[in-house]
Design a protein around this ligand. Structure first.
Ligand code: FE
Length: 162
């Protein structure tokens, strides 16, 4: 390790973690056969970086993005009903602000995708009416609840929060 200058006094700490963990408990249940694994929960810019893991086929959610999403498919495939492409392992996906789409998985084989989501996921009905939302703070609460229940402790999520 080479010597380096100290970081500025208000800089937050860096974060390195095994993205796909050995401990299954790090996967937070989102819905039956759907989990997310938090990597970076950014309360200052209002974004979160997580892995989405799906082990069932079918429609997962219809949602609107008020801000951009970046995805990188690690395993499996998925698509949006509104588009004619299928995202597959190795693909990068940009989801522009304003987009409404319906996430669908066609195979029961495991799908894992790294998503960086800015601002929020706004869930909508088929007519575009809002039915719910998620943001970095609701994600943190889901993590706290799950980590408390599974024995890691609610505070386990703190290491992923800046
Ligand atoms: Fe999306």
């Amino acid at each position: 390790m080479s010597e380096s200058l100290p970081p500025p006094p208000y800089a937050v700490s860096d974060l390195v973690t095994a993205a796909i963990p050995d401990d299954e408990r790090l996967w937070v249940p989102q819905a039956p056969n759907i989990w997310f694994r938090p990597l970076f929960l950014n309360t200052v810019q209002g974004e979160w970086v997580n892995l989405l893991r799906v082990r069932r086929s079918g429609v997962l959610s219809r949602h609107r993005h008020p801000a951009p999403v970046h995805g990188y498919v690690i395993k499996g495939t998925w698509r949006y009903l509104e588009h004619n492409w299928t995202a597959k392992a190795g693909d990068y996906v940009f989801e522009p602000p304003g987009e409404i789409h319906t996430l669908t998985v066609d195979s029961d084989d495991e799908m894992i995708t790294l998503f960086t989501v800015n601002a929020a996921m706004v869930y909508v009905d088929p007519w575009g009416k809002t039915t719910g939302f998620e943001d970095v703070f609701t994600k943190i609460e889901m993590c706290r609840k799950h980590y408390a229940e599974c024995g890691l402790g609610a505070d386990y999520v703190d290491q992923f929060i800046r």
